[in-house]
Write a protein that binds this ligand. Structure first.
Ligand code: C2E
Ligand code: MG
Ligand code: MG
Length: 675
């Protein structure tokens, strides 16, 4: 037999034994000596076998230990070191399988780590909860927002972090993931206003179900908003409500009086010869007089009354909650006289004694008017009569004071006739892109020209039309006219951009308003996104729930929506956020004074900033000067309209203006070349 060289050691051990001469096949008889030799041979073979087995076992044991260590590393999350090298021999397939497991674990773990990193780097606070609202995870932004570590937050109920006043309105899980606002309480117990979305995590495994809340701190925006509102409502010199706010407060007072069936009085006060004080002693003296007058009014009047500065030297007072058992007229007259007397007391200014006297006009609710417009107009008429007496006089409104009221009625019936005879016109005021001076669209403004009276302004006749259903007819007619003009322009090279049309509250309240609007643009084949509907803030907030629904419908149809005269209303921008609007139009009163009045400049800047932060386009109205244009461009305002670019013009003129531009800034180039 040939010695086997490449055999397994154990087998070659046996082979050695088999080649022993004692076991040779040709040995013949078995002698005791040869038996002993055989036994010895066997013994040697067994010893060798045992040694070989031991070595083998030791090696397997090492391989198993190596594998055990590798598995240990896996369980500790160390997925980087390959396992294949750990096992040899019989353990090799096991090692390979384990390594495959390691690789697949590594893939899962790296996507999990990636997700964790994503959540950690989101700048908004992210809180994950179980289905019952218990927090399971918080990212670093949430820790910063709430001033608590993730481990402290874990286990708390999400709702317990919501400010107490907001808790009732807070609901977990909003599958539409709409942005809402609430406040969260931080570790210091302060309420932090946030905008948030909360979405449900749906999973097959109930243990994984829950919610994910993303929240953003909006404190700065809230402060800016409050500042805008304050600046827009309060007169900066006397710190009393300005005209706008005063009218708003009057409206509220009337509504309260109507509900409570009580009465109120509106007093108008005008400083006599105020111009003389300014001219003689300077404007600072004039300012001191106005401040003193306000202080004296405040000191004398009950807290429930309202004082407002309506114009330079004109003030208004609302006396509320008047005793119904007393003679209203006599009582208000007595109070007004007392005010006038107190105001006349001399005041010291730089060594001079100044005397201010006032004229007063009074209108009473409900006898002299049951709405803001009538009451104001009548108090004004009474004041006018008082002023004609030279100074210090007082008049209570009387019907014959107001010839204007009669004219108003006449005008109303003429308006109806004019509408029926198709005498109204729609003019277009260009809207200009502030980046390059190109026309980006126009606002449609209705015009009424009377042969004997000239142009009647919409601010005069739209309120008249709004008193009846006439506004519905006018509104539809305007939209129809705009669509007709738009289609005519389409036949020319003019590309006028988007045309905005003003809407009245009454139109929004009309039944099937959406269907009517849709029918009009569809009839003319005008795409809905060529149109923008302008709605004032006040209109929006009249019946927000219903309006919200309507606006979503309009938006769904593809119509764009703009808020007109922004800043003059009383809604918060947050409240407006719920509406699907795309454009904010800054009221012209702010724009016009922005370059001369610091407060107004701040309002404009804040509105633009906030508008942009809400992804809205901002249009400035009433731009009249290059200085205003520069100011608005520096603030990155998007669009502007105003006399600087042209007043509203007939459809053909607007078409020519657009064609003349030839896609560039055209006539406006000089304005933008300098910008
Ligand atoms: P609005 O929608 O805020 O329109 C802007 C007003 O500012 C227009 O007055 C426009 O002529 C005027 N304007 C434009 N640029 C300047 C400027 O640089 N300086 C000044 N001082 N004024 C400027 P208008 O045409 O008298 O309209 C007044 C309001 O009447 C409009 O205010 C709008 O609320 C209402 N209105 C006009 N047309 C319609 C209409 O078709 N339907 C409804 N419902 N309301 C309309
Ligand atoms: Mg408008
Ligand atoms: Mg406007």
């Amino acid at each position: 037999m040939q010695p086997r060289t490449s055999l397994d050691p154990a087998i070659s051990g046996l082979a050695i034994a088999a080649t022993s001469p004692a076991l040779a096949a040709d040995s013949g008889t078995v002698t005791p000596v040869s038996l002993a030799a055989v036994l010895l041979g066997l013994l040697v073979a067994l010893v060798i076998l045992a040694l070989v087995l031991r070595t083998r076992l030791a090696r397997s044991q090492r391989a198993i230990n190596d594998l055990a260590r590798a598995v240990e590393r896996l369980t500790q999350g160390d997925l980087g070191v390959a396992i294949s090298g750990a096992g040899t021999g019989d353990a090799e397939p096991l090692a390979d399988a384990l390594d495959r497991l390691r690789l697949s674990l590594r893939t899962t773990a790296s996507s999990r780590d990636y997700l964790s990193q994503v959540i950690a780097s989101i700048s908004d606070a992210v809180l994950l909860t179980r289905a019952d609202g218990t927090i399971t995870r918080a990212n670093p932004a949430a820790e910063r927002l709430l001033g608590q570590g993730a481990s402290e937050l874990r286990g708390q109920q999400l709702a317990s972090l919501v400010g107490e006043g907001q808790r009732a309105a807070f609901t977990l899980g909003d599958t539409k993931a709409r942005t809402r606002e609430t406040s969260l309480v931080n570790a210091a117990g302060e309420e932090v206003p946030v905008s948030y979305t909360c979405a449900e995590i749906t999973a097959d495994d109930p243990a994984l179900r829950g919610y994910v809340l993303t929240a953003r701190n909006i404190s700065e925006r809230k402060i800016a908003e409050q500042r805008i509102r304050y600046l827009a409502r309060i007169d900066s010199l006397t710190k009393v409500p300005n005209r706008m706010q005063f009218q708003h407060l009057l409206q509220r007072a009337i509504a309260r009086a109507r509900r409570g069936n009580h009465r109120l009085a509106l007093i108008y006060l005008d400083v006599d010869k105020f111009k003389e004080i300014n001219d003689t002693f300077g404007h600072t003296a004039g300012d001191v007089c106005l401040e003193t007058l306000t202080d004296r009014l405040r000191a004398l009047l009950p807290d429930s009354s309202v004082i407002g500065r309506l114009a330079g030297d004109e003030f208004g007072v609302i006396l509320d909650n008047l005793d119904p058992t007393r003679n209203l007229r006599a009582e208000v007259v007595a109070t007004t006289r007392l005010l006038q007397e107190t105001i006349t007391e001399p005041l010291q200014y730089q060594g001079h004694q100044l005397y201010i006297s006032t004229s007063a006009g009074i209108a009473l609710y409900p006898t002299d008017g049951n709405n803001v417009i009538d009451l104001i107009r009548n108090a004004d008429a009474a004041l006018y009569r008082a002023k004609r007496q030279g100074g210090g006089a007082l008049e209570v409104y009387h019907a014959d004071m107001n010839a204007a009221a009669v004219e108003r009625l006449m005008l109303k019936s003429r308006l109806r006739k004019a509408f029926e005879k198709n005498e109204l016109r729609v003019h277009y005021q260009p809207k200009v892109d502030l980046r390059d001076g190109k026309i980006a669209g126009a606002e449609a403004l209705v015009r009424w020209e009377l042969t004997d009276r000239g142009i009647v302004l919409p601010s005069e006749f739209i309120p008249l039309a709004e008193e009846s259903n006439l506004i519905l007819q006018i509104g539809e007619w305007v939209l129809d006219r705009v669509c007709t003009d738009y289609q005519k322009w389409a036949l020319t090279p003019a590309r006028p951009g988007r045309v905005s049309v003003n809407l009245s509250l009454r139109q929004l309240k009309q039944r099937d308003f959406i269907g009517r609007v849709q029918a009009i643009y569809a009839k003319h084949g005008v795409a809905p996104d060529a149109l923008e509907l302008e709605i004032t803030e006040t209109t929006l907030m009249e019946d927000p729930k219903r309006t919200l629904h309507l606006l979503h419908e309009l938006h769904r149809l593809g119509l764009r929506l703009a808020i007109d005269d922004f800043g003059t209303g009383y809604s918060s921008l947050s409240a407006l956020q719920q509406f699907p609007i795309s454009t904010l139009k800054i009221d012209q009163s702010f724009v016009q004074n922005a370059t001369t009045d610091h407060d107004q400049a701040t309002i404009v800047a804040l509105i633009i900033e906030m508008g942009h932060s809400l992804k809205l386009e901002v249009v400035a109205e009433g731009v009249e000067s290059e200085e205003q244009l520069r100011f608005l461009r520096a603030l990155n305002c998007d669009y502007a309209q105003g006399l600087l670019f042209g007043r509203a013009m007939a459809a053909d003129d607007f078409r020519d203006l657009v064609i003349d531009q030839g896609g560039g800034a055209g006539r406006y180039r000089p304005l933008f070349a300098r910008g």
